[in-house]
Design a protein around this ligand. Structure first.
Ligand code: EPZ
Length: 413
């Protein structure tokens, strides 16, 4: 499926953000910790979330979706994740910690690498071993056995997924655990808040050192999925790229300060408690040096958005992608086809802003695809962006939402 985009339309108006994919996936993983009902409100209906629900349902959980409210209850009738479903999304790895904690075993097909990088799981697995779990990793499947026993564990890198899996494993472990160098992304903090609501004895919510005293049982809870900071950033980047005037509502500006700090010297930004108003009346003259890093620094998931903004700016920018080894080159090559001047050397992109023209470009990952759509909105003339199935994994009706702001996008099968 492709987007046909006629560039040059200034985006104007108001658009609502919605629940964060990466929060919903982590919270859905935690539902395995109890048979009682977990109700998640503001849970987006996007491909990755629906596939995670399919996976949980195939393993025995009862699922009910009414609009953006999802209820999950019941127990697993198997601890072997079906390969066909587990391979649909990397987020399937987020049932690892909760399943081991509750059922003391799991057989999980390894999600493997993807377009953005190898994405190993050593931090997850060493953490489980620190809790006394036997880990057997063969070529394409992971088998873990054992009841977790509380222990200290320092994550060598503040991995989001590893933190989420280990929080779940420690919540039901026997005794006390202290996890240090934890990720502190808002989606991780949301998981910690849900675990506390479920009865976990968890201390240090939102910090890099989390102490848990294992309990025998966790109970049901209700929780609001937090707004998607990457979707909000996508709308804001599209506004800047088209010199528009847009207010993004139902979002949380506090979760995206590093991104807003990059833009604020160049465009008008007004932050409210749950909205951001952006007005861009001239092309920014480059964005200086940007380095991706764990929260609260500049997020890797917003790197492709700012690579596009740099490409169509009127000055120089240097972007260093330190988290994922393959998250720069593909989009740089596609943007250069559109007239961008981007040189990539190892993990650094040096960008000299220029005028972009319409082209046929291909997206090969979720956030990269969004970056190419934004480039097409800026470019002079018509572009075709293929690989939209990647975009649908993490965005709700991206084309329709952008068209509601004045973009000219048609979808071709
Ligand atoms: C989560 O992935 C997000 N996915 C990613 O978003 C996001 O880019 C990433 O965090 C970083 O913020 C979900 O939440 C479902 P990591 P995750 O473990 O948990 C290395 C999107 O577009 N690493 O924090 O897989 C890893 O290779 C997606 O929504 C190890 O070496 O990310 C990478 O270089 C893309 N060993 C770095 O850490 C491990 O055991 C960050 O990975 C784990 C990770």
């Amino acid at each position: 499926m492709d987007y046909i985009i006629n560039g040059g339309m200034r985006l104007r108006g108001e658009i609502a953000d919605y629940g964060a994919k990466n929060c919903a996936l982590a919270l859905l993983g935690a539902t395995v910790l109890t048979d009682e009902q977990i109700v998640l409100r503001n849970c987006p209906s996007i491909v990755d979330v629906e596939n995670m629900l399919l996976l949980l349902s195939a393993m025995g959980k009862r699922i009910n979706r009414r609009g953006n409210t999802v209820s999950v209850s019941g127990g697993l009738n198997t601890t072997s994740a079906p390969r066909s479903l587990a391979n649909l999304l990397r987020g399937s790895a987020l049932i690892l910690g909760s399943t081991v904690a509750r059922y003391h075993k799991i057989c999980l097909p390894l999600p493997g690498g993807c377009a953005i990088g190898a994405r190993p799981m050593d931090i997850h697995l060493k953490g489980l071993e620190a809790l006394g779990i036997a880990v057997d990793e063969n070529t394409d499947e992971l088998v873990c056995q054992g009841k977790p026993i509380g222990a200290p564990y320092n994550l060598r890198f503040a991995s989001v997924g590893a933190t989420e899996n280990l929080l779940c494993a420690c919540a039901l472990a026997k005794g006390e655990s202290v996890l240090t160098n934890c990720a502190t992304e808002p989606e991780v903090t949301a998981l910690e808040e849900l675990l506390v609501k479920m009865g976990a004895k968890l201390y240090g919510v939102g910090t890099s050192t989390v102490r848990l005293v294992g309990v025998d049982k966790l109970h049901g809870a209700e929780f609001d999925v937090i707004p998607d900071r990457i979707v909000a950033a996508t709308y804001i980047a599209a506004t800047v790229a088209t010199l528009g005037d847009v207010t993004v509502t139902n979002c949380n500006p506090l979760h995206m300060q590093a991104f807003l700090d990059v833009l604020s010297p160049h465009v008008y930004i007004k932050q409210y408690s749950d909205a951001i108003h952006v007005v861009a009346d001239k092309s920014p003259n480059g964005y200086g040096k940007i380095v991706t890093a764990p929260y609260p620094l500049f997020p890797t998931d917003m790197q492709s958005l700012v690579l596009t903004l740099a490409a169509c700016s009127s000055g120089d920018t240097e972007i260093r992608e330190k988290l994922f080894e393959n998250r720069l080159l593909h989009n740089a090559e596609q943007l250069n086809k559109m007239g961008a001047h981007i040189a990539v050397n190892d993990d650094v992109a040096t960008v000299e802003g220029s005028k972009l023209h319409g082209e046929s470009v291909a997206s090969n990952d979720l956030r990269g695809g969004a970056g190419l759509v934004i480039a097409a909105l800026n470019a002079e003339g018509v572009s075709t962006v293929s690989g939209i199935e990647h975009i649908n994994r993490g965005y709700v009706r991206l084309a329709q939402n952008l068209c509601s702001l004045g973009a000219d996008i048609t979808v071709s099968p």
